[in-house]
Design a protein around this ligand. Structure first.
Ligand code: ATP
Length: 232
């Protein structure tokens, strides 16, 4: 089957600031990919480009062989690092909002996920803790029937128990015909779910490897390799 995502020589600058340099990358279907890098390395920029929210300064991006645009936006579900829900909403309003906005939203799956996440439909979004809010955002993003899910820091700033629950939900609810890219710098907690990892540093792709290969070839965990690549 052809690739879900292909980036070809992508550059992105903000004014004078170079955020991404010459990124070439492809991702096959059914993969969970860790997009790893320290703060400011360009992870969010890369996700926004793939989601079609930003345009590259040069280079091409294709999702299932189609250039990024209206058609690919329907194939990509993006969970940004800041919540998309409004403070006035209850959990059920957030679900209704997504259902109305996205034709591919699977309400039954959303309810099953809410249950798994211990979220209550009558809860007010503004009263949710950070961890519960991340669970809600993840429920919304994964309940779309997309081909590519982009999760920007889904476990940022939540405690280890909440992290575990969020990771379990990702593994349980993700559809194996799709691919998932998860950005994080909290590598230790999350590496168990990755098939492969992509390391970016100061906008450059410095390593891309199967997790299994890291273990077999280098005898290292992703976390050990991360610390080596990003040593200051
Ligand atoms: N709108 C913008 N205008 C100018 N510079 C920006 C803008 N957005 C990002 N940058 C810069 O581009 C670089 C990459 O930022 P980006 O947010 O993609 O990194 P990141 O890896 O997601 O970081 P973090 O882990 O801290 O979220 C940083 O140096 C950042 O300051």
């Amino acid at each position: 089957m052809s690739n879900i995502l292909e980036l070809n020589q992508i550059n992105k600058t903000y004014g004078n600031k170079k955020a991404l340099s010459n990124i070439t990358l492809d991702i096959a279907p059914g993969r969970i990919v860790g997009l790893l890098g320290s703060n400011g390395s360009g992870k969010s920029t890369l996700m926004k480009l793939v989601a079609g929210l930003l345009h590259p300064s040069s280079g091409t991006i294709q999702v299932t062989g189609k250039p990024v645009g209206l058609e690919t936006k329907a194939l990509v579900s993006f969970m940004p690092d800041r919540p998309l829900t409004e403070k006035w909403m209850r959990v059920r309003d957030a679900i209704a909002y997504y259902r109305d906005f996205y034709v591919d939203f699977d309400e039954e799956k959303a309810r099953e996920m809410l249950d798994f996440m211990n979220l209550v439909e009558s809860d007010r979004v503004r009263h949710l803790s950070k961890g519960m809010n991340e669970r809600l955002q993840l429920t919304l993003a994964l309940s779309r029937k997309a081909r590519l899910y982009l999760l920007d820091e889904p476990i940022g700033g939540v405690d280890p128990v909440a992290r575990g629950k969020i990771l379990d939900a990702i593994v349980k609810f993700y559809d194996e015909d799709s691919s998932l890219i998860i950005s994080t710098h909290l590598v230790n907690d999350i590496e168990r779910i990755f098939d492969e990892v992509v390391f970016i540093r100061e906008g450059e792709l410095v390593m891309r490897e199967e997790v299994e290969t890291l273990r077999l070839k280098y005898g290292k965990s992703v976390d050990e390799m991360f610390k080596e690549v990003y040593a200051e």
